[in-house]
Design a binder for this molecule. Structure first.
Ligand SMILES: [Zn+2]
Length: 365
């Protein structure tokens, strides 16, 4: 998933602005429940400008707070730890009263000095009311999941749309990998909720978006892990997306390791393909791009939308280590905090020899 974020950072110049939430013309705001819901919504959006952690218990239903430590699953689903409500200017484009709650649809966008419009996303928020008419948000997932089905296998509970028939064989294959991972790394099982769809657009709609800048362009399998609540969101991989599961188990062991993404790619591939497939493509690409200097690996994070070369080359370091030293080697390599250190200590590659090292190693794949 890191790949997508990096690319977006290039294309999107974000100006943080916590302005007033505007209401578009034509939106009826006369009803007393609607007035209360808008006030509540504005207050919530304003919370993200304070820079402190939002107290979700003040805003979300008791049911959602019981289910999720962070019940707003849209807030951090597009740019990691940067809340999406910081982007652009919010305009409420429709308000409807449905099933005793107020459904607010908001466009987050902004114009530049030439009045060119950049649209970040359109999201849906649902405001319900308790017996005292105090408002609270309902996570769109909690509404949408009523149309889904679920199945549990060992420590993984799957949630998926009705059109899908649960594939136990694929799920068993995932469970085998998880069991081995726990054994190798001496870890207890984690209770995981695993949401999956055929396409990324469906997943975004499930979370509460009508549109965001990541939709439409993602036709490849993709996923996202949520370590706060031990969730996996995956599209196009069915029951067997190991990559995000690896993040849930291993990221917390060495949060400062530069290889966390590489390790997940080593174990679970990325963008629908295994590591070897990506390494082969990178090798071909580098042959016609001698100007790319792999001594500065972090600058080589984009080649096309099928392969993230940065995470694949880091996965290559995991692969080489595993082949030579097994799990013990992998455990050690994750303890370093810098790539330079890893290359010099574990691969005997001195500064500025990295380009030669990666290019010659790739020849063998
Ligand atoms: Zn990842």
């Amino acid at each position: 998933m890191k790949y997508k974020l990096l690319v977006l950072i290039i294309f999107v110049s974000i100006q943080s602005s916590f302005c007033q939430v505007r209401i578009n013309f034509g939106v009826d705001t006369l009803d007393v429940n609607v007035v209360s819901a808008i006030k509540f919504y504005r207050q919530y959006i304003g919370e993200f400008s304070k820079g402190t952690k939002v107290d979700y218990s003040k805003y979300y239903s008791a049911e959602d707070c019981k289910q999720f430590k962070t019940p707003d699953k849209m807030a951090f689903s597009l740019m990691g730890s940067d809340p999406i409500y910081k982007w652009g200017k919010p305009t409420i484009i429709s308000i409807k009263q449905e099933n005793k709650c107020v459904h607010i649809k908001t466009l987050f966008a902004e114009t530049d000095s030439l009045k060119e419009l950049t649209v970040y996303y359109i999201c849906n928020n649902y405001v319900g009311f308790d017996k005292t008419m105090k408002p609270y948000f309902i996570n769109p997932m909690s509404i949408n999941i009523k149309q889904w089905q679920s199945a549990t296998n060992r420590n993984v509970t799957y949630y998926f749309p009705k059109y899908h028939q649960f594939n136990k064989v694929r799920s068993d294959s995932l469970i085998r990998k998880i069991t081995q991972l726990e054994k190798d790394w001496n870890l207890a099982p984690i209770q995981i909720r695993y949401y999956f769809t055929d396409t990324n657009d469906e997943m975004q709609i499930f979370k509460g978006f009508d549109y965001n800048f990541g939709m439409g362009s993602t036709d490849k399998p993709s996923g996202l892990s949520d370590a706060t609540d031990n969730l996996v969101f995956s599209s196009g991989w069915g029951e067997n997306y190991f990559h995000e599961i690896v993040h849930l188990y291993l990221n917390k062991l060495h949060p400062n390791s530069p290889l966390n993404e590489g390790l997940a790619v080593f174990y679970g591939g990325s963008l629908g393909h295994d590591l070897y497939w990506h390494l082969h493509r990178i090798n071909q690409y580098l042959k016609v791009h001698p100007e790319i200097d792999l001594n500065f690996l972090d600058k080589f994070y984009y080649m096309d939308n099928l392969t993230n070369p940065n995470s694949a080359l880091k996965a290559l370091l995991c692969e080489l280590t595993f082949k030579k030293k097994g799990i013990a080697g992998l455990k050690k390599i994750m303890t370093y905090n810098s790539l330079d250190e890893i290359l010099s200590e574990e691969f005997n590659v001195k500064k500025l020899d990295g380009d030669k090292f990666f290019r010659s190693t790739l020849q063998n794949y």
